[in-house]
Design a protein around this ligand. Structure first.
Ligand code: ADP
Ligand code: MG
Length: 710
């Protein structure tokens, strides 16, 4: 290797202890270059200073121990069960570990290995620990050679890492054919040279790090790979988290700025005739929160730059009337406005709501969905194209090619979580609107919103209209089913209506439909005096519409349905929501379902059945609170953020280092800094910003292209 070659930029293959075969395995881990290896950080640490001393272990205790294997072997028992046993020793004493039924471990664990094991201590011819989990922290062979097929260490990097010296063991992500110990050995062999080449290079300015009390990059990486103590890890993790959050916010800020500068906006500043008339015509006063978000939106629409705002609000917080105000503002300005709903059912309901709401103002909403066909469709398309249709309600049918608006001004996207970034982009490119308002009925924590939708401005309705009763929520086991259905019967006898909801079964509409059908037949027999209807994904939209209409009109008392009713349906007389097999639903979905009741004056109830013996943590959280934002926080905590982000196309998650619960302060700070820089220098062309620009390109070339297309 010539000294001129860059280890950071060069392929990992040329690092010590790697070679062609192993470099393929590193590629599986997303590690292609030396820099990738630096950023392939341990996902956890084993801390030998906090484990239990073997001598002190008590029978009945759940213990974690670390020790050297001093003897081992497979011993058949009388029941013909083969048990692998190993005796390990630490400074204080020794204990036998036993793995019943796992004889093959004999090939994986050797005498002299340093083993970490955790599990219950039992009495079996003396104390014995049955590991629930175990890790080989170090091989005896590790001391002599850094890795299985590497030459012995030539700079002493491996030998000073003998377990006796280091008490913290980093555990790395591994893959087939590359163990976490081999990864650790390769990191040890190369760390000091990689960090030497990195030197003081740091995409984050020193001054910021000082303000945030975070270490510089090289120091952080060193600490994370070789922590002197476990409690030193967090500031370094936050250092990498900040970098990640900052560049993501910079990406968002640039997308936002580009939209503002490159697209034509409309300054809606006509006299507020309709937008003043609507609140006067409503049977209620707007809440303080509704007035506040409406002020945000109105200010956006007045500005000559395009609006791109996310409106969040809990179920029933009254987003629809805010949407109507925004649409009326576009209409006052001589433009057309459209609202796009995720399902036909919901679009049709919006249409009914708007017809009632806007009738007094002389504004006539026009509906366009996939099931508006023939003459009706022709008529709607014509009115949209010549501008007679000013207030348009629809589904994604609205963004198809055949639809041509005469003078588009605003589009509102309802239930935004159903539409991806991709659809937002298509909508924007279709030139159907200059201003966009996206509404989410599924509250997400602010931190998550900033990460996922950081290019949007954010408004939150954090208050429900007055006089709402809380919905009584009960989480019950299968044993309470009869009593629950008796209760449903009582409610119906008192004139109320109820929903029974079944989850999606294994992604299969057929199975889902069958489960609902079986239950429907049973309930029809049980409630012979009432009208029971079935509604599932297999129904045609005409059939769905018919069933819903009958429920809305009160002709049907009990609606047995699958998740098709999840969003938005509004039947004030419905007071019971009964959910079967509730574990199969996400918290957000359950909260949506609960939001289908409690929309009228009567006390409402949500009963969810768990199939398991005990309710899950999620269901207990659901029972405890009716605040959608609180539930979203719980969901994030219980499921973990990894689940929520999924993967980018190229396989790396959107956030690798940041933990939203821990780092939300850094996120806010990153967003502020990113927006300030972009406001000052949108192209990042000033000399002071050149390094940021390069770092951004290196990270997000692909993602930024996504924002660029079109
Ligand atoms: P969501 O935010 O879930 O879309 P909606 O807009 O459907 O909620 O509103 C839920 C119900 O609350 C509707 O029946 C609506 O008429 C009513 N509503 C909205 N705003 C108010 C208010 N300020 N006072 C009383 N009721 C309101
Ligand atoms: Mg709604």
């Amino acid at each position: 290797m010539t000294p001129a070659r860059s280890l950071l930029r060069g392929p990992v293959q040329y690092l010590k202890g790697v070679g062609p075969r192993r470099s393929e395995r590193f590629a599986q881990l997303g590690v292609h270059t030396g820099r990738d290896l630096l950023y392939h950080l341990p996902y956890r640490y084993e801390d030998a200073t906090t484990v239990d001393a073997i001598a002190g272990l008590q029978v009945g205790q759940d213990a974690t121990v670390i020790g050297r294997v001093i003897s081992k072997g497979v011993i058949p028992t009388r029941q013909r069960l083969r048990v692998f046993r190993a005796v390990i020793r630490d400074d204080s004493g020794h204990i036998e570990l036993a793995w019943p039924g796992r004889p093959w471990l004999d090939r994986m664990i050797d005498k002299g290995d340093l083993l970490l094991a955790a599990g219950p201590v039992r009495f079996y011819h003396g104390r014995q620990l049955q590991p629930r989990e175990h890790t080989v922290l170090a091989r005896r062979s590790d001391d002599a050679a850094a890795s299985d097929d590497a030459a012995a260490s030539d700079d002493g990097a491996a030998s000073d890492e003998r377990p006796a010296a280091g008490r913290v063991f980093p555990v790395y992500g591994a893959t087939k054919g590359l163990t976490h110990r081999q990864v650790r050995a390769v990191v040890r062999l190369n760390l000091s040279r990689l960090l030497a080449e990195l030197g003081d290079d740091d995409p984050i300015p020193r001054a910021w790090l000082a303000e945030l009390s975070l270490p510089p990059l090289a120091e952080a990486l060193h600490t994370l790979h070789r922590p002197p103590a476990v409690d030193r890890v967090t500031p370094s993790q936050r250092r990498l988290a900040f970098e990640e959050l900052f560049f993501l916010q910079l990406l968002h800020a640039r997308a936002r700025a580009r939209l503002r500068h490159e697209s034509e906006g409309i300054a809606f500043d006509a006299p507020p005739t309709l937008t003043q008339a609507l609140p006067r015509a409503l049977p209620f006063e707007l809440t303080r929160a509704q007035r506040r978000v409406w002020a945000d939106i109105e200010a956006d629409m007045r500005r000559p730059t395009p609006m791109n705002r996310l409106l969040q609000g809990d179920v029933g917080s009254g987003k629809t009337v805010v949407a109507a105000l925004a649409m009326l503002k576009a209409i006052e300005g001589g433009r057309q406005a459209a609202i796009m709903a995720p399902t036909e059912l919901l679009a049709e309901q919006h249409q009914r709501t708007f017809v009632d709401m806007l009738g007094p103002l002389g504004v006539e909403p026009v509906l366009l969905t996939g099931s508006v066909t023939g003459k009706g469709r022709q008529d709607a398309l014509e009115r949209i194209a010549d501008g007679r249709a000013r207030f348009v309600v629809g589904t994604h049918a609205l963004i198809q090619d055949a639809v041509e608006f005469a003078s588009p001004g605003l589009v509102v996207i309802d239930e935004q979580h159903r539409f991806g970034v991709e659809q937002r982009r298509r909508l924007r490119e279709s030139g159907q609107a200059s201003d966009a308002l996206v509404m989410s009925a599924t509250p997400i924590p602010r931190s998550l919103a900033l990460v996922l939708y950081g290019d949007l401005d954010l408004s939150v309705i954090d208050e429900l209209p007055p006089g709402r009763r809380t919905i009584r929520t009960a989480v019950r086991g299968p044993g309470s089913r009869e009593a629950a259905f008796d209760f449903v019967g009582d409610q119906m006898a008192a004139g109320r209506q109820a929903y029974v909801v079944y989850p999606l079964v294994e992604e299969s509409e057929t199975l889902e439909a069958r489960a609902a059908t079986v239950m429907f037949e049973r309930l029809q027999t049980r409630f012979a005096d009432f009208n029971v209807r079935l509604l599932h994904g297999r129904f045609s939209s005409a059939e769905k519409d018919e069933a819903m209409r009958s429920f809305l009109a009160g002709e049907t008392q009990l609606l047995v349905a699958t998740t098709v009713i999840e969003v938005g349906i509004d039947v004030p007389n419905a007071t019971v929501m009964l959910v079967e097999d509730a574990e199969r639903f996400g918290l957000a979905q359950l909260h949506q379902l609960r939001g289908r009741v409690g929309r009228g004056a009567e006390q409402s109830y949500c009963i969810v059945f768990h199939a398991a013996a005990e309710p899950s943590e999620r269901l207990r959280a659901f029972e405890k609170t009716s605040d959608g934002f609180k539930l979203a926080e719980d969901d994030l905590r219980i499921r973990g953020q990894g689940d929520l982000f999924g993967k980018e196309q190229h396989g790396t998650p959107l956030l690798r280092f940041a933990q939203l619960d821990r780092d939300h302060d850094l996120l806010e700070d990153a967003r502020r800094r990113a927006r300030a820089i972009v406001a000052d220098d949108p192209g990042l062309t000033k000399p002071a910003h050149r390094a940021l620009r390069h770092a951004l390109d290196a990270r997000y070339a692909q993602r930024e292209a996504l924002y660029h297309v079109g």
